[in-house]
Design a protein around this ligand. Structure first.
Ligand code: CO6
Length: 450
């Protein structure tokens, strides 16, 4: 029998594991080359895994919800299409996931008894669904639940994963080293139970005030992307000291230039020339002048990033948002930036972005001008230190100085809002930077060639 092993794919340098969110196939089913086998998710992106071969699925080694390391075999396909289906291996697999070296040595009966004991002693299982700055994989949460690790304990475990993420080995090491008291199901007070006792308001799962729900209200389950966005936004607010500086910009020259070049660009390049490429160019030029904006914080260290990797907030259908990254934007001209933005935005809307395309950002831009919004205070995309929000361009009465005195004329204007992390960027620097972006836009050469 000739078989092919389907392995958990590598989805970027820093990604070590992924959660299986959906299987599209079952054991015994025939699949064609390129047919989607399963859907996986990391804390950054969802992705489908297609079958590289045609054949019959004879084994599926993990279930929906399992967190699997990159490179692990997750399914086996028989290439002849006639192989026997492998008996259910879920028990062995379950053991593999939960194994610690101690458990490996313990006789089966003892393990059973231990499980029974745990069930008895953990009638009140820990509440792990509280608001946190960190992402915990379902596997880590399950281990915590089973081992009666409280939310407060979980929060204190040092994570060795990417961005300090708590991995399976971290929580297992913690459980091995901690005293026996917590194992006996002694529940420490949760964040919710620390609420003032005179408060009559019920507490929701996320730690906020629970809303009252009447029979006519609709309850919508958050999808995975919504949950990740929610977690990341709160995480960023908990991490960075957000402040925002705003400037008004006269973009008359830029608007006139784009109007002149729009048709030629569309005919030549096959895509629209919007304002974004010029915004990205101005952002990057100003980052060259103020490199201490293009930084990330690592503990007590400031990492000054060399590349200008500009994340662009892209609104997705279904009220979602993702931030693909234009890498080395400082090495690209307006045409190159326009193509890359167009390509990334399209892929984002088709749910086709790769891990690499949403990683490595050093500064972000959010353009809510197309919604007619004038200014705003965006949330920093961690681990970056600043994000520029671009408001709508509008015709406004402007005072212009002439040799005959001041006159009022209509000019195209807009607001730029820069939100930055005050831990590392003070007002003078943040303010000077956003003013410099505005200066580059105001000084845009009307006679520039494409
Ligand atoms: N002013 C005036 N007109 C604009 C502007 C501004 N700021 N921005 C775009 N446009 C015009 C643009 O030139 C196009 O006009 P025509 O060429 O004449 O047709 C039109 O609006 C549509 O532009 P489009 O959105 O298709 O392309 P663009 O390159 O400007 O933007 C994008 C690409 C991916 C950034 C955009 O499509 C998008 O998804 N924007 C939404 C980003 C978002 O949701 N940000 C909010 C995040 S939450 O930050 C936040 C503070 C809080 C609220």
């Amino acid at each position: 029998m000739s078989t092919f092993e389907i392995k958990m794919p590598k989805m970027g340098e820093s990604v070590q594991e992924a959660t299986i969110t959906k299987w599209f196939i079952e054991k015994g089913q025939s699949v064609e080359e390129d047919e989607a086998l399963l859907e996986i998710a990391t804390d950054k992106v969802d992705s489908e895994v297609p079958s590289p071969v045609e054949g019959k699925v004879i084994d599926i080694k993990y279930e929906t919800g399992d967190v699997v390391a990159v490179g692990e075999v997750i399914a086996i396909i028989d290439l002849t299409g006639e192989g026997e289906v492998v008996e259910d291996t879920s028990e062995a697999k379950g053991d593999e996931e939960k194994d610690s070296s101690e458990e490996k040595e313990a006789p089966e009966k003892e393990q059973e008894e231990e499980k029974e004991d745990k069930k008895e002693s953990s009638k009140e299982s820990p509440d792990l669904n509280q608001k946190s700055n960190r992402f915990y994989s379902p596997l880590v949460r399950n281990i915590a639940q089973e081992e009666n690790v409280t939310f407060e304990e979980l929060e204190q475990i040092e994570g060795t994963g990417n961005e300090g993420r708590v991995r399976k080995q971290d929580i297992l090491a913690y459980i091995e080293n901690r005293g026996s008291s917590a194992k006996q199901g002694e529940k420490q007070p949760s964040a919710a139970s620390k609420q003032p006792t005179d408060s009559k308001q019920p507490v929701s799962e996320g730690g906020g005030v629970a809303p009252s729900v009447s029979g006519q209200d609709e309850i919508i389950e958050m999808n995975r992307m919504r949950k990740v966005i929610a977690e990341r936004m709160v995480n960023s607010k908990h991490t960075a000291a957000h402040v925002t500086s705003m400037v008004e910009v006269d973009v008359e020259n830029l608007v006139q230039w784009r109007n002149q070049k729009k048709k030629e660009f569309q005919d030549h390049e096959g895509i629209k020339l919007t304002f974004m490429p010029m915004f990205i160019e101005a952002v990057s030029k100003a980052l060259k002048d103020y490199p201490l904006i293009n930084v990330a914080i690592d503990g007590d260290k400031i990492i000054k990033k060399k590349d200008h990797n500009i994340g662009i907030a892209v609104a997705l259908p279904g009220n979602n948002l993702i931030v693909p990254v234009i890498k080395k934007a400082d090495h690209k001209n307006i045409t190159g930036l326009a193509h890359e933005l167009n390509n990334l935005a399209q892929k984002a809307r088709d749910n086709k972005l790769t891990m690499d395309e949403i990683q490595g950002g050093t500064f972000s831009i959010s353009n809510f001008g197309s919604f007619g919004n004038v200014m705003g205070t965006p949330i920093i995309n961690q681990p970056e230190s600043a994000i520029l929000a671009v408001g709508t361009i509008e015709k406004k009465p402007a005072v212009v100085e002439t040799e005959y005195g001041d006159i009022i004329v209509p000019r195209h204007k807009m607001f730029l809002s820069l939100t930055y992390d005050h831990r590392v960027i003070d007002g003078a620097l943040g303010g000077a930077y956003v003013r410099r972006v505005a200066d580059y836009l105001e000084q845009f050469d009307k006679n520039r060639t494409l």
